[in-house]
Design a protein around this ligand. Structure first.
Ligand code: RP5
Length: 167
């Protein structure tokens, strides 16, 4: 499965790999952010354990600037992705029978030398924002959009406070 929002560069800025189609809901949180910010992406399903050759093929043929690995249980996918690139890899642990603690520890406890940046359990949105912040280091227009996004959040929280105070 692939979905993409093509950009001007050769390939998508971000490649997302999910370990299973059952991770799709978490992937959609990331995609929503990428659409809002106009960031090109591609999303695929490939499993570190069940289709390791496919993970390798996607990684070796990608020129994306940032990668996101979304997986649950013994979530080795983001680590395996990181073994194929020196570009930043962001992990999203997915909740399951152990409420995501299994996946969280699997992604956050990487051995020395192969770092993976792990965001919170099911936080596809934060993975996308972190990816955007990395891309914004070399994209002034994107940095402006991220600042606007922060302002929008501020306004929302202020409105919530106002609503509560007015009862
Ligand atoms: C992981 O195992 C996947 O990332 C998914 O979160 C979990 C369950 O996979 P399915 O049984 O839904 O394919 O590899």
């Amino acid at each position: 499965m692939a979905g993409s929002n093509s950009g001007s560069r050769a390939g998508p800025a971000v490649t997302i790999i999910m370990g299973s189609l059952s991770d799709r809901e978490v992937g959609e949180l990331a995609i929503k952010i990428f659409r809002e910010l106009g960031i090109s992406y591609i999303w695929r399903v490939a499993s570190a354990h069940r289709t390791p050759e496919k993970v390798e093929e996607i990684m070796e043929n990608s020129d994306s600037k940032v990668f996101i690995g979304i997986a649950g249980m013994a979530a080795h996918l983001p680590g395996v992705m990181a073994s194929h690139t020196i570009q930043p890899v962001i992990a999203v642990p997915v909740s399951g029978p152990m409420k995501g603690l299994d996946a969280l520890l699997s992604t956050v406890q990487m051995p020395p030398g192969i770092p993976v940046a792990t965001v919170g359990v099911d936080r596809g949105d934060n993975a996308a924002l972190l990816a955007a912040e990395i891309l914004a280091l070399q994209d002034v227009g994107l940095a402006v959009k991220l600042k606007e996004y922060r302002k929008m959040m501020k306004v929302k929280v202020q409105a919530q406070d106002e609503k509560l105070r007015k009862g």
